[in-house]
Design a protein around this ligand. Sequence first.
Ligand code: IPE
Ligand code: IPE
Ligand code: MG
Length: 238
Amino acid sequence: MRSAALFAMKEDNLNIPRHVAVIMDGNGRWAKRRFMPRTFGHNAGMNTMIAMARTAKKLGVQYLTVYALSTENLSRPQEELEGLYNLFRKYFTKNVKDLYAEGAAVRVIGDITALPDDVQSLINDGVANSPADARFFVVLALNYGARAEITRAVNAAISRGERVEEGDISSLLDTRGMPDPDLIIRTGGELRLSNFLLWQAAYSEFYFTDVLFPDFNAKEFEKAIAAYSKRNRRFGKI
Ligand code: IPE
Ligand code: IPE
Ligand code: MG
């Protein structure tokens, strides 16, 4: 990203969202257009994701949540899933170290117990080794589904045997301790949530773009932030 443009955004006093969540869609179509296998698109998407985290951090975003694998995606062909698991392996061995070096932490939401054992250990290590004093968080949604997450929270509440308030549900979700997303971006042209952050999105702003995720560069991210900056969030008030 051109740092001059980044600097200008900050200078303009843009309203920077504290938490941005991204539905990174369109990797498969991006690859298909190039007559390449879907995994080629996921590889390109991973590079875009890493660059996006850097841009988000520079702009002053505190939490960047990325939808990398949904509960429903687990029924994709094994070959595609293996390609994704290899990317997770690489991310949690190599790329997380760059995050740590920049004082950033990685977190995970979703039920990772359905992933291969070695991937689970790498993820657990990646989360555990994150700096304790991080001010920027990359939150990976892996085998994440909002319905499954809410169901887990409800069951946890039932096992406590007490009536719950809204705040109790929030504190039982995988996102506990995190602010709700201010901005949810979906690339790839579809206008839906696909089971992402259903509870947390109650008052999120939405930004949809036809850009396929591998092409979602710093300039496109900036455009989303600029659009958010112009929104008038009322939270039901006048
Ligand atoms: C989103 O890209 C990334 C994952 C689901 C892992 P897709 O793989 O859904 O790409 P399209 O939608 O088929 O283009
Ligand atoms: C949403 O994309 C999930 C991720 C980006 C990880 P999908 O491609 O799975 O969503 P649908 O099937 O088009 O709704
Ligand atoms: Mg898709």
